[in-house]
Design a protein around this ligand. Sequence first.
Ligand code: ADP
Ligand code: MG
Length: 267
Amino acid sequence: MPKIRASAVTRSFGRGPRTVAALGPLDLDVDPGEFVCVVGPSGCGKSTLLRIAAGLLRPSSGALELRTDATHPAAMIFQDYGIYDWKTVLANVRFGLDVQRAPRKEADARAAAWLAKLGLADFADAYPAALSGGMRQRVAIARALAVEPEILLMDEPFAALDAQLRTILQDELLALTQATSATTLFITHSLEEALVLGDRVLVMSARPGRVIAERRTPFARPRTGDVRSDPRFTALKDELWELLRGEVGRRAPDAGPAPASGEGAAA
Ligand code: ADP
Ligand code: MG
């Protein structure tokens, strides 16, 4: 039984002649413990897919099912962090545990442990405004992982960070997810990121986004960021970029400016 199953999911926005077909039809199975990355051109429906998976949006047709239980629910991490500015760092990380009505002492201890793991122990009582972008994203990761989620849904979580920090957080996420049995659906516009992190990489077409290609990464687990210098990494990245490039060229007129170069990024 897959942990995540999408069956002919579609989503459109608006009505009548202004209807925008944003997504699908799309089928997807993610196995327990699997880390699946989805890449696709800007505006192809990636966030729409993730929001449907998170239950924030209903599909127009088809179905998307997550298999979780109440004590280990799905957790989300977004590009804009989604942390609360009026809560301390510790309270942000404790948030999901509070929602689950975990006893306060236990919740504080678990939140503090995750903060320590992500190098934020000294900032437990700080407010997010005092943190850098990278630290805020670490808070969001700690908050998501603190609930020991069975399913982790991430929408371009590192896109707003500079390249060095992105690399560091990718490596951290790799170590963290390999230490748990979480099932992960990870949206990115970076092929490199997808290849470092994923067991499988799915390439989406231009809007309405469908899966046009799928590759299994040949790197054993547990792996580290060293796979970036594996010759197979470069070969696979080039192969996927060829597929993606065609779709970026076919982008919808409302999808924003074209990318400046083909450095493995599609958005
Ligand atoms: P991506 O995350 O791949 O960049 P999105 O899923 O955000 O793409 O959007 C896919 C398409 O759906 C885009 O054309 C976008 O403008 C449209 N769209 C997304 N959300 C809405 C909405 N709430 N109302 C109208 N159109 C939307
Ligand atoms: Mg998006």
